[in-house]
Design a protein around this ligand. Structure first.
Ligand code: NAI
Ligand code: MG
Length: 378
């Protein structure tokens, strides 16, 4: 993961998307404007409306925009299963074989945003903290694993034939008829594993973290998780000052709850990373606090981890702190550490003071009131 050198001016793609994505990005803009980043914020079309009317939730013009910017802020999108998505297409586009795929997953793969960085910190005074002094950083591999998109339902006959010949355990499924089983491939590469694990160790070194925990299930999922763990053992040799730790994904969910203070930096393949980062986010306040960066060597896209929350869309009720902290992460990534710290300190002060809170924190302030209060403290 390369962190950039400061520049005189920036181009930032601004991708609100759907539902509350629009509201939380509006809030983040209020805070970003206050730190006077010399940036041009360029709107990009993304989300459900573009799927419905153009058959593409991530139109080519937005992909072209992303090729020209320093970073992007993304709100949230609404996703639906393939069949439900097809039903909502405008009549002219129906029956054309268009297949819905989540634009955020596509952006991650298209721009090789291989690191999903999810810091989870308990800010003092947050009534939603599970325990005080939690400060975990989750590195989730972002382009491979069960998210590789190699899936079959129904499973083609050619594949069934091959599997029958080469895999003994497959015989348990091979008598089933078409449509009665499905296959999703978990694909992990040495290169992809090395990149994410190295990013985690590098982060630990740079930020004076003591320990990196590798999360896996190598005792059962031996091929792919075994590879991930083997790569981790190799990478760890380059970081002798950092404690190498490993844990099974099931066990660690329990241990994290029991004693989150035993952990520091965690790194995991895509799906386990998704799950443990939600668990960690919940310990520090839930979806209103889960911030995230999808980071590659050339581009990084920052977002709250929550979705478009249709039931709150248009109400300006939801907590914008996750998105404001994502904007802080973007500034860090751009090398604008001072401005990033201004945002984090102001956010921490508002949380501590507790006068302005959204519904999830037991208050009734609006999304924009939180942003304005944070901006006031900068
Ligand atoms: P969601 O994250 O949108 O919302 C679930 C619930 O969490 C909300 O109803 C609300 O109670 C709470 N919540 C979410 N954000 C909050 C905030 N900022 N402040 C306070 N409370 C908050 O998940 P859901 O309802 O399962 O999915 C809605 C849509 O979003 C779906 O179409 C889903 O596919 C999509 N989605 C998109 C993501 C993305 O854009 N990266 C991630 C997750 C879901
Ligand atoms: Mg998730």
């Amino acid at each position: 993961m390369s962190e950039n050198q400061k520049k005189d001016s920036y181009k930032i793609a601004w991708l609100p998307g759907d539902g509350i994505g629009i509201e939380v990005l509006e809030a983040a803009k209020i805070v970003l404007d206050k730190v006077n980043l010399n940036a041009e914020y360029i709107h990009g079309d993304i989300g459900w409306e573009f799927w419905r009317t153009e058959g593409d939730a991530l139109p080519q013009r937005t992909i072209d925009l992303l090729k020209t910017v320093d970073a992007a802020m993304f709100g949230a999108i609404t996703s639906k299963p393939v069949k439900a998505a097809e039903e909502e297409l405008v009549p002219e586009l129906k029956g054309k074989g268009l297949v819905y795929r989540s634009p955020i997953v596509r952006m991650r793969q298209m721009f090789d945003l291989y690191t999903c960085l999810r810091p989870c910190k308990s800010y003092p005074g947050n009534p939603l903290n599970y325990k005080e002094n939690i400060d975990l950083v989750v590195f989730r591999e972002n382009t491979e694993d069960l998210y590789a998109g190699v899936e079959f339902n129904p499973v083609p006959d050619e594949l069934v034939e091959v599997l029958k010949n080469i895999s003994k355990p497959f015989s348990a499924f091979s008598t089933l008829s078409k449509g009665e089983f499905a296959i999703s491939c978990k694909i992990n590469t040495k290169k992809g594993s090395d990149k994410i694990i190295r990013a985690a160790f590098q982060y630990a070194r740079k930020h004076n973290r003591k320990k990196v925990t590798i999360v896996h299930k190598a005792n059962v999922v031996r091929a792919t998780d075994g590879l991930f763990l083997d790569v981790a053992k190799e990478v760890a040799k380059d970081y002798p000052e950092i404690i190498f730790d490993e844990a099974n994904v099931d066990a660690i969910t329990m241990w994290l709850l029991k004693n989150p203070h035993n952990y520091d930096v965690l790194v995991a393949p895509n799906l386990y990373g998704d799950i443990i980062s939600d668990l960690c986010a919940q310990m520090v306040g839930g979806l209103g606090f889960g911030c995230s960066g999808n980071i590659g060597n050339e581009l990084a896209v920052f977002e709250p981890t929550h979705g478009s929350a249709p039931k709150y869309a248009g109400m300006y009720k939801v907590n914008p702190i996750a998105t404001i902290l994502a904007a802080k992460m973007m500034l860090d990534w751009l090398g604008e550490t001072e401005k990033a710290n201004l945002i984090e300190n102001a956010t921490a002060a508002v949380i501590k003071e507790g006068k302005v809170r959204t519904y999830d924190m037991g208050g009734n302030s609006t999304t924009l009131e939180i942003a304005e209060e944070i901006a006031k403290k900068i």
